[in-house]
Design a binder for this molecule. Structure first.
Ligand code: G6P
Length: 366
């Protein structure tokens, strides 16, 4: 079918706005709304899995990293995540009791496919989180975990990312329950929280006007730093990746705690610093990093929630206030502001948002 942009200027813009629906359809495939329990297709026993090895590239790799944060915390199940092109060549030590998960929107990324085959050759069971269920990767695994966000056309991935994170969140809850780390009541509470995500993502997309204003300033920068802790660390990597992909501004995502080990040397009044910090257990530490960069003249763009806004250190020039939510779904709710920031900075710069230079939607060469 010919894909249409409807009233949107770019596929990327449309796909950002598609996310509430894409996540809703995806989540619906991994939970049972009659019982509020998880219902992960494929019949895999999470008790029998010793470790998970995720292999992926690009945005899918960052989604995988988010999966590590979610699954290890909730289910106490070790997860390794690696860039497929490194993994396949460095002769990693693996054991057959691990589950390999190939994470790929297209299901055709050559390095991801090769890394998957490497795991299978070591006797590991395999699963794939893919958008294209007819893809090569999907055909070669034991279990297919589809995302249901619809075809993604924009080269910079947006709705596939939040759909991947939706699946990983459901897997984390299911694994936690299967491994006895949470009881049934807690499983039900978390499933209800997850089911709230689409509505809250829709609310956070409403921040577009605020973000558009910030983009005018960010577009003037030569370098942009993104900082976050916990699950906001992978999200800061994704924010930086989105910005460099489509606006060609150099950007780096950093674990906020690493600030003092290097990137703080970059901070001056010309460097916007995007700090991702909802009011969670990491907040105080992130707020103190914020004070550190402000003390050095850094221009902070603070992406938080209503409680974080109230507790923000004085002097944060620009605050983007996403809706309040349970920490389980903060990665989903905080995604839209960083995607929209990259999008509007790219528009400011007149860049070709859907077809950024030198990039391809799917990389089938090694
Ligand atoms: C390319 C695309 C990225 C994507 C990556 C992995 O680099 O430009 O947007 O994240 O490939 O693609 P996959 O289809 O495996 O998720």
């Amino acid at each position: 079918a010919v894909m249409e942009k409807g009233n949107y200027r770019h596929f990327m813009e449309k796909e950002i706005h598609d996310q509430p629906e894409g996540c809703q359809r995806t989540i619906a495939a991994y939970v049972d709304t009659l019982t509020d329990r998880t219902a992960v297709p494929g019949g895999l026993d999470f008790k029998a899995i010793e470790r998970i090895q995720i292999v992926a590239c690009g945005t899918s790799y960052i989604a995988g990293m988010m999966g590590k944060y979610l699954i290890e915390k909730l289910a106490d199940l070790p997860v390794d995540v690696e860039i497929a092109s490194e993994f396949r060549y460095r002769e990693p030590a693996l054991n057959a009791g691990s589950l390999a998960i190939a994470m790929s929107q297209s299901g055709e990324t050559a390095d991801t496919l090769a890394a998957l085959r490497y795991c299978q050759a070591k006797g590991m069971k395999s699963a794939a989180i893919v958008n294209t269920v007819e893809s090569t990767i999907a055909r070669e695994v034991d279990v297919i975990w589809p995302i249901h966000c619809g075809p993604e056309i924009g080269v910079a991935s947006t709705k596939a990312f939040t759909a991947q994170v939706s699946v990983l969140t459901a897997l984390a809850v299911a694994a936690a329950r299967a491994r006895g780390r949470i009881d049934e009541a807690e499983e039900q509470r978390l499933v209800r929280v997850l089911l709230e995500a689409p509505r809250l993502i829709a609310e956070s997309i409403q921040l577009e006007d605020a973000v558009r204003g910030i983009a005018v300033e960010v577009a003037k920068a030569r370098d942009v730093l993104y900082l976050g802790r916990g699950p906001m660390y992978p999200l800061s990597l994704e924010g930086a990746l989105k910005l460099k992909e489509i606006s060609y501004i150099h950007a780096e995502g950093y674990a906020a705690g690493e600030l003092k080990h290097g990137p703080i040397a970059l901070v001056d009044e010309h460097t916007p610093i995007v700090i991702l910090a909802p009011f969670d257990s990491y907040f105080e530490k992130s707020a103190s990093n914020m004070s550190e960069v402000m003390a050095r003249g850094g221009q902070v763009v603070f992406i938080t929630d209503p409680d974080g806004e109230r507790h923000a250190p004085a002097g944060a020039r620009v605050v983007v206030t996403a809706p309040r939510c349970d920490p389980l779904i903060a990665p989903l709710v905080m995604s839209a502001p960083i995607q929209l920031l990259a999008y509007h900075v790219a528009l400011q710069k007149g860049a070709d948002v859907d077809q950024p230079r030198n990039l391809a939607k799917s990389v089938t060469v090694e």
